[in-house]
Design a protein around this ligand. Sequence first.
Ligand code: PSU
Ligand code: MN
Length: 310
Amino acid sequence: MHINKHLVIHSEVARALKNARPVVALESTLITHGLPYPENLELAAEMEQIIRQEGATPATIAVLQGKVHVGLDKDELEKLAQPGEARRKISARDFGIVLARGESGGTTVAATMIAAHASGIKVFATGGIGGVHRGASYDVSADLPQLGSTPLIVVCAGAKAILDLPATIEYLETLGVPVIGYQTDEFPAFYSRDSGLPVTVRADTPAEIVRIARAQWEMGILRAVLVANPLPVELALPAAEIEEKIQVALQEAQQSHITGAAVTPFLLRRVSELSQRKSLEANLALLHHNARLGAQIACEFVPEPRVYQV
Ligand code: PSU
Ligand code: MN
């Protein structure tokens, strides 16, 4: 089904949207740039499976040869996950370029939000959002302004621990994005549960989250509602232990003059190597966890039927 000439909505996703059934959007930069192969492919399939188990339809979003796909089949997912393929990291600024040139790549949180919203999806589950980078005052992820201008419920495990978390929280406040702690009063720090920073409000059920989002959007405040879902205690890593690795990775990034879009993938890979994959395991666990909560929220949020032009 085509809503505009750039979007290709998978038939299963289109059917769910048409029938006002719950759909959860998933990003794909974590497949192309966030996780190593083959863990990336396994993870993508597992997140989809969890969402189905919870009674919702997954819609993994990516750009394939100049088309924005909302929902991928197995072959498309496999191709996207292969390290040999030419794949761009696609954020908001890159859409026009890759569509015009017929390129392929993984969509970041910002780009996934744009495509999900254009398709009529209300809920999106990811790992950690981008944010304000440490030390570099002008390196602010395009995820933040997108959260400030797109009405979606975005489920994450906080912002990635490699970032300046207090600055990221302040930035979200400036943008008017509420941060809801799911069964927690503290903003989680991705791999670990505690950042020492408060959330805007705590919610203990998916229904409460949906009520907040609906009320916000009914007021015409067309911004995201950010849901911060911490890892369970038994899966989370101690903050101090991971911070040590982050410090080393940050220093390496500076010495190797890593800048721009390459910063986040570099840091995530190095922290994983330095922690003997402990951070990778935590990353995979939190993605599973967020897929489940995303599906539960989507099931609670019965969207209004949307009229499609065919
Ligand atoms: N979280 C992860 N792995 C990732 C990312 C986040 O666990 O790969 C990606 C997301 O797609 C996010 C992007 O949108 O990193 C942010 O990159 P940047 O800081 O360049 O905006
Ligand atoms: Mn950046």
